[in-house]
Design a binder for this molecule. Structure first.
Ligand SMILES: *[C@@H]1O[C@H](CO)[C@@H](O)[C@H](O)[C@H]1NC(C)=O
Ligand SMILES: *[C@@H]1O[C@H](CO)[C@@H](O)[C@H](O)[C@H]1NC(C)=O
Length: 254
């Protein structure tokens, strides 16, 4: 095999590689893992076992499932907060042939029968985060847990972006969110996209054999209120992106 390696990639290859296959709770615990660490490539990451579960021949989940997907979102937000030192993150593995496989937890399932092609719950989170790239992260003030977040700008689009995930809340209550960016005034518009699992079962997953998608994706348009703050509520076990690049979100919604 021939490989062309640019200087930039060589630099990346010299970084340590991290492969976290974890429970949802462990992915949430690792939110701040890279805050004071050397650079890494997160070579493979996935929620693979239910909380309390262990062992590859034990209680491995058959497909990505909702609470695991939210755990991945929390870790991904932790990596993006440290984007100066985490240049790349990969889900692993990506494709699973339902007729014959060696590894259960993959982001997309397929088979000879195209009706079995299935986007997992995790696909929706990775697709949403990838669709809103930041060129620069911004310092974020406030508490984390149960809401984990990162904010930044996309200087090519002059937009402000915020990504958040809500893990377990007290008494399953909603979390009230208020976001202000320096320089954003009242009346500025933003698109807020929220991923939820309306059925409420944290173990729910997208099963290729039933074709049911348990993930709900809703986009609403918000206007910044007094002081330029965007205010909204997020339910327990949800993932959200707010982006002031409102026009491209409008086009995508049509
Ligand atoms: C969050 O809730 C799930 C049940 O939905 C439970 O398994 C898990 O242990 C909880 N995590 C924490 C950190 O309390
Ligand atoms: C929780 O927030 C959702 C919007 O994300 C809203 O539809 C729902 O009514 C809220 N529930 C309560 C009890 O406020």
């Amino acid at each position: 095999m021939m490989m062309v390696v640019t200087k930039k990639i060589l630099l990346c290859w010299s970084l340590p590689i991290y492969h976290p296959y974890r429970t949802p709770n462990a992915l949430v615990d690792e939110f701040d893992l890279f805050d004071n660490d050397v650079g890494h490539i997160v070579g493979e990451v996935a929620a693979t076992h239910p909380n309390g579960g262990t062992g590859w021949s034990g209680d491995l989940m058959p497909f990505p499932w909702w609470i695991g997907t939210v755990g991945e979102a929390v870790s991904l937000i932790g990596y993006e907060r440290n984007a100066d030192r985490i240049p790349a993150t990969f889900y692993a593995p990506v494709l699973r042939n339902m007729n014959r496989w060696q590894w259960a937890v993959t982001i997309v399932q397929f088979a000879a029968d195209p009706r079995l092609t299935t986007r997992s719950t995790s696909w929706y989170v990775w697709e949403l985060f990838a669709a809103h790239p930041m060129t620069h992260t911004l310092p974020a003030e406030g508490e984390f847990d149960p809401l984990y977040y990162v904010s930044g700008t996309n200087e090519d689009k002059s937009s402000y972006i915020w990504k958040g995930a809500v893990y377990n809340t007290t008494n399953h209550e909603n979390v009230s969110v208020s976001i202000s960016f320096e320089g954003v005034e009242a009346g500025r518009k933003a698109a807020l996209t929220v991923l939820t699992n309306p059925g409420g079962d944290p173990f729910a997953y997208n099963d290729p054999h039933t074709g049911v998608n348990i993930v709900s994706k809703d986009t609403v348009f918000l206007s910044a209120g007094d002081g330029g703050a965007f205010e909204f509520q997020l339910p327990e076990l949800s993932v959200a992106v707010l982006d002031t690049d409102y026009e491209s979100a409008c086009k995508k919604k049509k």
